[in-house]
Structure formats: C-alpha cells, structure tokens
Design a protein. Structure first.
Length: 130
C-alpha cells in the first residue's frame, strides 16, 4: 500500500485511556490487509548516526481498517483505505509518512540511500531540427 495520508486522530487534551494510535491512508496496490496483521512501513524514520543517514522501518499491528464510515475486517485493492495502527501518533502527525510503503515484513522493496544513474543522449529525435 502506498501511503498518501498520515494523521493523528486524537483530540488535544484527551485522557490517556482515550488515546488511539496513528492512522495512515492510501490505496492497496496488491494483496490483502486484515485487522490484527503485523505490518511494516518502509523506509520509515530517518536518523543520522556518525554522519551517515539510517532508515528505521516501523513495525506495527493493524487495529482498524476503515473506508468512508464502514469498518472492515479485511481490505483488498481498489479505493481509499484508512489503516489504524498501534504506533505513536506523533509518527503519523502532519502527513509525516506520505510516500512510504506499507506491507508485510520481508515483502517490501529494499531501501537504497544512494543510486547511480547512467544516461545517454539520443543523437537523432523525430521532429527535432537541431
């Protein structure tokens, strides 16, 4: 699932027993998400240690799946889904996780901190005079 929204649903001044975990939203690209499943968010949090950047994936459990006003037991590809997680809401506040991927541990792509790109210019293009 590609995360396109992340937010905190807790109201300011909420009592401790009323607090809920963070929420992420997006569309499932493939597979099925179920309430109770353990998931991973990659790349997750960034940290700088010894002048090197590190990515720390976030692991959590799905506690709620919701679309519009409907509670779901499982979600399949298509449509927008809200996923309630057991993570600190400060991690999801203000769209901090937008652009991350959510999926099952071990099933998400690797994280690359640096890539090398080689490109070549085309000598002839159709419709270009110069």
């Amino acid at each position: 699932m590609m995360i396109i929204r992340s937010f905190d649903v807790n109201k300011p001044g909420s009592e401790i027993d009323e607090l809920k975990g963070g929420v992420v939203g997006g569309s499932i690209l493939n597979g099925i998400l179920k309430v109770g499943d353990v998931i991973e968010i990659r790349p997750g949090n960034f940290r700088r240690v010894d002048k090197k950047n590190q990515c720390i994936p976030i692991r959590s459990r799905i506690v709620q799946l919701k679309t519009e006003n409907n509670q779901l037991l499982y979600a399949v590809p298509g449509g927008l889904i809200g996923v309630g997680l057991m993570v600190d809401p400060s991690l999801t506040r203000n769209d901090k996780l937008v652009g991350n991927l959510l999926g099952y541990p071990g099933k998400l792509p690797l994280i690359y901190m640096e890539i090398e790109i080689e490109f070549k210019l085309l000598k002839k293009l159709i419709g270009v005079k110069a």
